[in-house]
Write a protein that binds this ligand. Structure first.
Ligand code: UDP
Length: 194
């Protein structure tokens, strides 16, 4: 897949619908996938932290989370097809999950927010299989939490811990899973909870 380098961040050259179709296919093929949805703040953070830049390079796909990145790419003479946001990708993948029976895990935000986001998602997609959810203020060294997520056997894990925490969590735990799409989605659970 074509990549576009913007200030060292390797963006995937794809539009929103194409990306949703691609993730859907990856789930069906059980190909483990790490997605970074990069907004301008993430691009700037990567300039300041080698560790974060390295995490971004570990991802299978880096998408342009917002018009700021698309505009920036255009100015730099490296145009991208359009924005591919964490929120829109999550909503579209929830719809696909309800349709195809994918197992979804929600990780992040406060307890109140994730509970509300969970019930709003169930309301919008009654057939969806949410195989677990947990707030984002947990002890990273507690092995029971990772075990719980592994036991849920998810096809999709949305991780909303804010950047760079969510990318670090995915990178540190990806080896423990044999399949699944893992995607950092920033504050999207807050947006769903409303
Ligand atoms: N968050 C979390 N655990 C933490 C810190 C933040 O789950 O230890 C959640 C926070 O509640 C919010 C989300 O991460 O739902 C995004 O936070 P923020 O707005 O700071 O990140 P951004 O959207 O800018 O990436």
């Amino acid at each position: 897949m074509k990549r576009v380098n913007i200030m060292g961040v390797p963006f995937t050259h794809i539009d929103q619908d194409g990306f949703v179709n691609l993730l859907d296919k990856r789930i069906q093929e059980r190909k483990k996938t790490f997605v970074v949805t990069a907004n301008p703040e993430i691009v700037m953070n990567a300039q300041e932290s080698d560790e974060f830049m390295q995490l971004v390079h570990e991802a299978d796909y880096v998408t342009a989370d917002g018009i700021g990145v698309v505009k920036g790419a255009q100015i730099l003479g490296e145009p991208l097809p359009g924005r591919v946001t964490g929120f829109d990708t999550m909503m579209a993948m929830l719809e696909r999950s309800a349709r195809h029976g994918y197992r979804v895990y929600l990780l992040g935000a406060s307890i109140e927010t994730i509970e509300l986001a969970h019930s709003k998602i169930k309301e919008q997609f009654p057939n969806i299989q949410i195989v677990g959810y947990r707030d984002g203020f947990f002890d990273w060294d507690d092995p029971a939490i990772l075990q719980e997520i592994k036991d849920a056997n998810p096809d999709l894990v949305f991780v909303g811990l804010g950047a760079p925490r969510q990318e670090k969590w995915i990178s540190q735990h990806l080896d423990e899973f044999d399949h699944g799409v893992f995607m950092g989605i920033g504050g999207s659970f807050d947006a769903v909870a409303g």
